[in-house]
Design a protein around this ligand. Sequence first.
Ligand code: SAM
Length: 228
Amino acid sequence: QLSKRLHCVASFIKRGMKIADIGSDHAYLPCYSVKRGTASFAVAGEIAEGPFRSAKEQVERVRLGHLIDVRKGDGLEVVHPEEVDCIIIAGMGGPLISQILDNGKEKLTGVSRLILQPNVGAEHIRYWLLENGWELIDEQILEEDGKIYEVLVAEQGTPSNSYNQSELLMGPFLLKKRNGVFFKKWSAELKAWQNILNSMERAKDRPETEEKKQELLRKIAIVEEALK
Ligand code: SAM
């Protein structure tokens, strides 16, 4: 049984797609998608020895070694050019996901869809997509075991519009849907930022504080306006 989070990620794989799951860990996502026939082939990429081994073991356990190739390496270096049409990167921070995409840009030419699930910092990914000619086609936000996750889906193509500040930070699709989880996430963020601001007030003389404070105030203003 796949987690609610990975289930949401998997739901964006189009039938028959060849996928690469980068940072696959236990390879649950490729195993699930190939077993159900949504993905026709999968690469499970892992940088770390432990997760790489557990991915290999899982694929052997479910006897899918002929359809899922577990490879060890950094980011998109495990993918051959034109080998897959969908890249999935889930369960990492937004900055790391953006960095993996940026480092492996030359591997993205044959890729039609990206499914990205940042645990934090989704705005870094939205910036990267916009800068690199990818268009967001959907976003989801969900809660599981007390944690809130976002899923971003993008396709190749010139973005039809450039996003404003609140869309970049909070997501153009999520802003439109404005569901309960969305309000819960941003109310909690506002509270946390307010606490950070308060502790910054107490450490006013530190030189790095002013810049961070301005950035927090900027984000607080955006979120407060959007939640009105
Ligand atoms: N994708 C799975 C999920 O969403 O449940 C596992 C997420 S786990 C928190 C992150 C995994 O990404 C770890 O197993 C880690 O070793 C791997 N990882 C981190 N940086 C990586 C990179 N540059 N290339 C490949 N794998 C990476």
